[in-house]
Design a protein around this ligand. Structure first.
Ligand code: MG
Length: 157
């Protein structure tokens, strides 16, 4: 038995906020406008895992209308999602993430990001892949107004 899930997230960037990506604080002059810390990598992963396990979506479980989740580190969401996934007897075979960001340059942080995600998810580093692309200057991402992430997750029983 195996199940695949897909996730996507985007958050707006504004000056003077902290930028969290893949659980790592990125040195950058802009950060996310969000109810939580806005970590699009972890949010996309949450939705991919929820999707694969037929558990709905992040907005349903952690609504941004609930003050309880204000400024919550997204690692808390991802850890909780994995509790539910494992309760349904699924284990994570692998996850693959694509970040769309014009800046900052993410290549120097990819290894740290993978290590951090492996630690949060309690899975082997070899089960995680994260990559980054720019938007070639096009649209809201290309104009440095937002960062987005796509994720897929494969679950096995
Ligand atoms: Mg989000």
């Amino acid at each position: 038995m195996m199940r695949i899930g897909h996730g996507y997230d985007i958050h707006r960037l504004v000056p003077g906020k902290k930028l969290m990506l893949g659980g790592i604080r990125m040195p950058y002059e802009k950060g996310f406008v969000a109810h939580s810390d806005g970590d699009v990598v972890l949010h996309a992963l949450c939705d991919a895992l929820l999707g694969a396990a037929s558990l709905g979506d992040m907005g349903q479980h952690f609504p941004d209308s609930d003050p309880k989740w204000k400024d919550t580190p997204s690692a808390v969401f991802l850890k909780q999602v994995l509790v539910w996934v494992r309760q349904k007897h699924w284990q994570v075979a692998n996850v693959d993430v694509t970040i769309l960001a014009e800046a900052p340059k993410l290549a120097p942080y990819m290894k740290d990001m993978c290590t951090k995600v492996a630690d949060i998810m309690q899975i082997s580093l070899s089960c995680i892949n994260i990559k980054a692309k720019t938007a070639e200057g096009l649209g809201v991402i290309g104009q440095h107004h937002a960062i987005a992430a796509y994720a897929v997750a494969l679950l096995v029983q």
